[in-house]
Design a binder for this molecule. Sequence first.
Ligand code: 13P
Length: 251
Amino acid sequence: MVALIAGNWKMNGSLSANEALLGALAAGLPGGAAAEVALCVPAPYLAQFRALAAQHTALQAVGLGAQDVSAHAGGAYTGEVSASMLGDFGCRYAIVGHSERRQYHGETDAVVAAKAQQALAHGITPIVCVGETLEQREAGQTFDVVKRQLAAVIHANGPCISEVVVAYEPVWAIGTGKTASAEQAQQVHAVLRAQLQAATAQASRMRIVYGGSMNAGNAAGLLAQPDINGGLIGGASLKAADFLAIIGAAR
Ligand code: 13P
């Protein structure tokens, strides 16, 4: 299976910084890379990405993604961005249920499931994030937490679940420099794979990616695990050299 290396810029960037970063990425992206590359940029910059991809052909192979999508199709939801709007900008991916949205914006499992439904209905692949807090890990609740989070999305989406990407992002590893060890991550990925297997015959070809302080130094070890099929990268996706090194590690 081709690994997915997806950058999540979070709320970072500016027109000038993006132009420099995307130019450097375009110059360094390996032709015929072993990995599929995606970038989830802030919504206001989707159009800029498309304009730059028209100039830098290397960027045309990069899947454009959003960091969130509305749970609603359209209408009076001030500030929200719908899946059909993301589709207008050529988005291939949308992150849903990132822990920062669960934590700071009160997103429940049901809301995350509805967001995944909206994305799928518009031909956009949701990258469904699950992950436990440090407190939950220490209480031995990791498997229960991630299974509950994924179950909501499986339940709401039926057979379409085979079209999602799952991202395991332990909350304690995000932006902290603490990475789950390759073994810790693999254990959780195997549990998620088994849960998907119970829901769909397609589970073995589904991508389950890891996120949380992934960097040039630890990527190869994580990506070598049998159930880790890529990465969702925050901080290191903001530096071209680091992101390119992670892409290079996916072989
Ligand atoms: P960091 O790579 O900065 O830890 O962020 C991970 C993440 O949250 C990606 O969605």
